[in-house]
Design a protein around this ligand. Structure first.
Ligand code: NAD
Length: 356
């Protein structure tokens, strides 16, 4: 299912769809597309950011590719009526508890990283973040004024073993599809909830003898990500630590226009979307970078449609166009060999590279 959304969403999803159709034909995949409204466009057409019609289609889909939601025309709405609510609603509706954020550095974009080339060259790390539990959702929570008149804020970091096991399984399976190394990040020296996290990960590891499991405290993990990021293959962690570590990892790869993401549920139905927003400043100008959405489509092929070869093909084609020097404006460095192209032309280039 396609949910183009707002701003540059429709432009980048259009190109990703073309790529999916091309790679689907090559691999004889029976891809059928449905399309729905989400975000601001849905509010304008039906009054709700996640309308019932979209919800019905989403619940039938094997996988969903989303562009982005939001824009200045909806900024004046109350928080509960804004386009971004559509995103939260679909995540909750489909119980998308597992967020996958790869940090993959394309060799030709090495200059965009915040670290020195030798530290990030060849970087390919996958962060698996628990998305629907932990301290962001735990009860009780709140801010109260105590009897002594002092205000107190509190949250609850809570995971049960079922929640830990289900994210753990997806992380082990992701490691099996990659280089077989999984690092579980916790704070088990201080927080009981993460002592349980570590215990459950350890128990699970006996079911995945082909994956080597290690554990790391979160403070050390943050340091290691910027000290020697290439030591990691897959990292798995809870909601709060994952939020922070995935942003650190993202910056190692440079441009926001290149970063895909996936959010999965227990059935591997996934919502796949670029990390970037709707970029209203460039919407409709045919200059948005569609590569993050295409790389999200590659993740869709790998994780929801079990088509790893097709996924590899898309990723290879993206790498090939970068190698040839094609760049959208956001990733164009001042180098003479770069050819700056628009959104549609980047789509053409990736499709051509698929058949090279
Ligand atoms: P943004 O990611 O949309 O844009 C930040 C900057 O990056 C802008 O200068 C933009 O032009 C550029 N940019 C982003 N994606 C690009 C691409 N593919 N190609 C080229 N340049 C790109 O973030 P923002 O400006 O903070 O937010 C704009 C709107 O998007 C807001 O309404 C916000 O709420 C929404 N938003 C949505 C999502 C989502 O749908 N998942 C995520 C973040 C922000």
């Amino acid at each position: 299912m396609l949910l183009p959304g707002d701003g540059i969403g429709p432009e980048v999803v259009r190109q990703a769809r073309r790529v999916l159709e091309a790679v689907g034909a090559r691999h004889q995949l029976d891809l059928r597309f449905t399309e729905g409204d989400i975000g601001g466009v849905a509010i304008d057409r039906s009054g709700e950011a996640y309308p019932a019609a979209t919800r019905a289609l989403a619940n039938e889909a094997d996988a969903i590719l989303l562009g982005a939601v939001g824009g200045p025309q909806w900024d004046g709405l109350p928080a509960q009526d804004r386009p971004e609510r559509g995103l939260l609603a679909i995540r909750a509706d489909l119980d998308l508890f597992c967020n996958l954020r790869p940090a993959l550095l394309f060799p030709d974009l090495i200059g965009a990283s915040s670290l020195r080339a030798e530290l990030v060259s060849g970087l390919d790390v996958l962060i698996v973040r628990e998305l629907t539990g932990g301290v962001y959702f735990g009860e009780p929570r709140g801010v109260v004024t105590r009897d002594d008149g002092v205000r107190e804020g509190f949250n609850t970091d809570r995971y049960d073993e079922v929640e830990i096991r289900r994210i753990g399984r997806l992380a082990f399976e992701a490691a099996q599809k990659r280089n077989g190394r999984l690092c579980s990040v916790d704070k088990a020296n201080v927080l009981e909830v993460t002592m349980l996290w570590r215990e459950v990960m350890q128990e699970l590891s006996s079911e995945y003898p082909d994956v080597s499991l290690s554990h790391m405290y979160v403070d050390n993990a943050a340091m290691q990500l910027v000290r020697e990021p290439k030591q990691f293959d897959v990292l798995v962690t809870g909601n709060l630590f994952g939020d922070i570590l995935s942003d650190i990892a993202a910056m190692l790869t440079g441009s926001i226009g290149m970063l895909p993401s996936a959010s999965l549920n227990a059935q591997n139905t996934g919502l796949y979307e670029p990390v970037h927003g709707s970029a209203p400043d460039i919407a409709g100008l045919d200059c948005a970078n569609p590569l993050a959405t295409m790389l999200s489509a590659a993740m869709l092929l790998r994780f929801s449609l079990d088509a790893p070869e097709a996924a590899n093909d898309v990723e290879r084609a993206v790498a090939a166009v970068l190698l040839k020097g094609f760049r959208t404006a956001d990733i164009a460095e001042r180098q003479s060999s770069a050819t700056v192209v628009g959104t549609q032309a980047m789509g053409d280039a990736v499709i051509a590279a698929l058949t090279d």
